[in-house]
Each structure stands twice: as C-alpha cells, then as structure tokens.
Design a protein around this ligand. Structure first.
Ligand code: HEM
Length: 221
C-alpha cells in the first residue's frame, strides 16, 4: 500500500503512532498518580486494570505494534534525511531547528531503552530491587513495589533522566505531529511550539514528582 511505502504516508503513520503513545503516556500518568492515595489507590487501580486479561493483551499488542512502527519509521526517516541533506549546509536549512528536534532519534532510543528496563522491572518483575507481594486486601502490592524500588536513589535518578528524555522527545514530537496532520498555519505554529513545550514539561514534572515524593520520604511503607 502506498501509505506504507511513500515518505508522506510514513510520516503520517509516525504521527498517528506517536499520538497513540502520547495518549498512553497521559493515561499511564493518571493511573500512576493513584499512588498518592496510598496502597488503597494504586493497588485497587492495578487490580481493575488486570481484571480483563484479554483486553490487557489486546492493548499490549496495539502498543507493541505502535512502538514498532514508530521506531522503524523514525529510524528510516532519520537515515533518509541524512542521506538527502548531508553536512552542515542541511542543518542550516532546517526550520526552527532545536536541540530537541535534532536529537529525536537519540532521545527516542534512550526512551526505548528505558521502556525495556521499566518492563523488566515492574511488568516482568525481573530486576533485583523489585519486591513482589500481596497487600492486606490480597491484591498485588504495587504500592510496596514502586515505593521500595524508588527508595533506591540510583533507580529514581534513572527515572528522572528518562523523564527528561520524554520531555525533549515530546517537546518536538507534539508540534511535529500537529504539523504533519496539517493543522498548522502562521498563527498556530508558535502556539503549537509553545504548547508542546508546556505540555511536555507538565508531563515530565508530574512523572518526576513520584520518585521525588518517595525519595523525600513523603510516601512510605
Ligand atoms: C514515575 C514514573 C512511572 C511509574 C511509577 C510507572 C509505573 C508502572 C507500573 C507499576 C507498571 C506495571 C503495571 C502493572 O502491571 O500493574 C508499569 C507498566 C508500564 N509502564 Fe510505567 N511507570 C512510570 C513511567 C512510565 C513511562 C514514562 C512510560 C512510557 C514512556 C511507561 C510505560 C509503561 C509500559 C509500556 C508499561 C507496561 C504496561 C503493561 O503491562 O501492559 N511508564 N509502569
């Protein structure tokens, strides 16, 4: 199909998969925020989430497909852009180039590494810090797991650095997808650009607040 092979089609697919991932990041943040209500909050949330296994697996497959397309086409676009515009001359021609826009492939790669680590830790429970157990209501104790892991300063620091990568990636990704969808004109471009940075900063700070609050001892077992 032309949409899968043409460069415009690929950009659109990158944009759509990027939007799916942003929606996930938003929903995941709302879910994670239930940790501020203690074990009753996040353990009940996790229990609800896992109460329909076929739906969980459907969601995981959709996310896996979205991430795979996003990464493959992201790498292809970067290589194509490099081949088409080699050298410093091309960099000068880029519109509103920024650190974030020029390093999308690197911030994306670091986020990919973070997600692999994060899944190994909290989904597969395969890292040594993870404490798996049940709470008083016989639910999986996600609260204890997260609080124990984030109690290690190095783990919290890793998350904070990953969230800075998320900020950088989204601060260019959000205006970029709005532009790809064709909703841009002279008036909206600066709004998209500032809006992208503000939304990304809010997401980063909200995610970072979890390890910070735990390290500060405000959320404890
Ligand atoms: C403070 C930051 C974060 C915390 C505390 C956190 C917590 C968790 C926990 C507890 C789970 C396991 C859920 C369960 O199986 O019940 C999980 C899964 C997951 N997280 Fe996070 N997360 C954070 C940030 C992120 C970010 C920034 C991303 C993506 C960019 C992300 C992507 C995922 C994915 C893809 C899963 C797997 C979902 C599944 O099992 O299907 N997380 N997270």
């Amino acid at each position: 199909m032309r949409i899968l092979t043409g460069s415009v089609g690929r950009k659109i697919l990158m944009s759509i998969t990027g939007q799916l991932l942003i929606i996930f990041v938003l929903i995941h943040l709302i879910g994670n925020s239930t940790i501020f209500f203690g074990p009753a909050g996040i353990n009940a949330y996790a229990e609800h989430l896992h109460s329909l296994p076929p739906l969980v697996w459907l969601f995981r497959l959709v996310m896996l497909a979205a991430v795979s397309v996003h990464i493959c086409y992201g790498v292809m676009l970067t290589l194509e852009n490099k081949a088409a515009n080699p050298g410093a001359y091309a960099v000068k021609r880029q519109l509103k180039a920024s650190f974030a826009s020029e390093n999308m492939v690197w911030t994306g790669a670091l986020l990919g590494c973070f997600i692999v680590y994060h899944l190994a830790q909290f989904t597969i429970h395969g890292t040594p810090d993870v404490v798996v157990g049940m709470d008083a209501a016989n639910r999986v104790d996600v609260f204890k797991m997260v609080v124990t892991s984030f109690g290690h300063a190095l783990i919290s620091l890793t998350y904070m650095i990953a969230m800075v990568m998320l900020f950088l990636h989204l601060s260019h990704g959000i205006p970029s997808f709005l532009q790809t969808m064709g909703w841009n004109n002279d008036k909206t471009i600066p709004v998209f650009s500032t809006g992208g940075k503000v939304i990304s900063a809010v997401l980063m700070l909200a995610y970072i607040s979890i390890p910070v609050v735990i390290l500060a001892g405000l959320l404890k077992l």
